[in-house]
Design a protein around this ligand. Sequence first.
Ligand SMILES: Nc1nc2c(ncn2[C@@H]2O[C@H](COP(=O)(O)OP(=O)(O)OP(=O)(O)O)[C@@H](O)[C@H]2O)c(=O)[nH]1
Ligand SMILES: [Mg+2]
Length: 303
Amino acid sequence: MNSNNSAIPNILEQIRQRHAALVHSGAPEQTSRPQAAAFQPASSAAYTQLAAYLREQGVLTEVGDELVENVHGLQLSAGSLEEELTLAEAILRRRWRSSPQSQGARQIHIFAGPHGSGKTTVLCKWLAQSVLLGSQSARVFRLDGNTANTAESLSVYCEVLGVPVLRSLPGDQGLEPVDVTFIDFPGVNLEDPSALEDLRRKCASFPGAHVHLVLNGAYETSLLLVQVRAISSLPLTDIIVTHLDEELRWGKLMNLLWRTDYPLAWFAAGQNVPGGLLEARPGLLLPRMRSTKSHASVLSAAA
Ligand SMILES: Nc1nc2c(ncn2[C@@H]2O[C@H](COP(=O)(O)OP(=O)(O)OP(=O)(O)O)[C@@H](O)[C@H]2O)c(=O)[nH]1
Ligand SMILES: [Mg+2]
């Protein structure tokens, strides 16, 4: 976050220089985003390096090309890869979509997604943060979908935390209001329209709920995008990405920003509860070259 802030004066200075050069030459100022061809970097090698770095991170070619072009447009002369990553992060920050506030009274969170993506685990992590750190009152619904919800461990975990678990949809039970309600569903078969429709109807039983799509971040982008598309009939609020302890290439999550309409909300890394739950932010996606171990240190700090 700080590294990006330090890049902003740099970027502004470059824009000022470019503007001054245009005024001096009498050329009409461009109002749209400058094209890559309008600039001749001192060395195109740096851009090649940036493109290669993004490729290594699993960023889709078209997404990487767009990003490189944007960085190119911001720079009068090519900088080091490090500097270009700072600019790339600034562009990413502009592209970032914020998830609706996770704070506030009477929140309801539904976790939906394909089988085994980490829904119950991430629910437990969030629940623990809310109850133990946030001192919030909570309730959990462990509900069946088209298949039974066999997450016994969730009930055990709730018992340890003193959080009540309900096994049926809210009816006229006259429930006490709580600060936060979590709803766990079993994985849904994304190729089964009736299972998806069943889940959509059950989600509608919780008006005002935030519906989080939980995806396994260790999967390849092509599969993740298929999964997002398949489940987009649900009123999704945002995406939670799990299994990031098994994936070093967090940069590839940019593909979800460029290729879907949803914000990224949380990054989860690791099976252990309650550790390894990070609020998603742009600075986590493109670690500086000097700190390739930054994910590991971020994760150990969050564990
Ligand atoms: N390495 C790793 N394992 C995880 C992570 N999150 C969950 N798991 C493991 O992945 C498996 C599935 O996790 P669950 O939380 O049960 O997944 P789910 O989406 O609730 O599964 P279903 O309800 O059966 O669809 C379990 O063995 C978890 O311990 C993670 O971030 N990293
Ligand atoms: Mg589950």
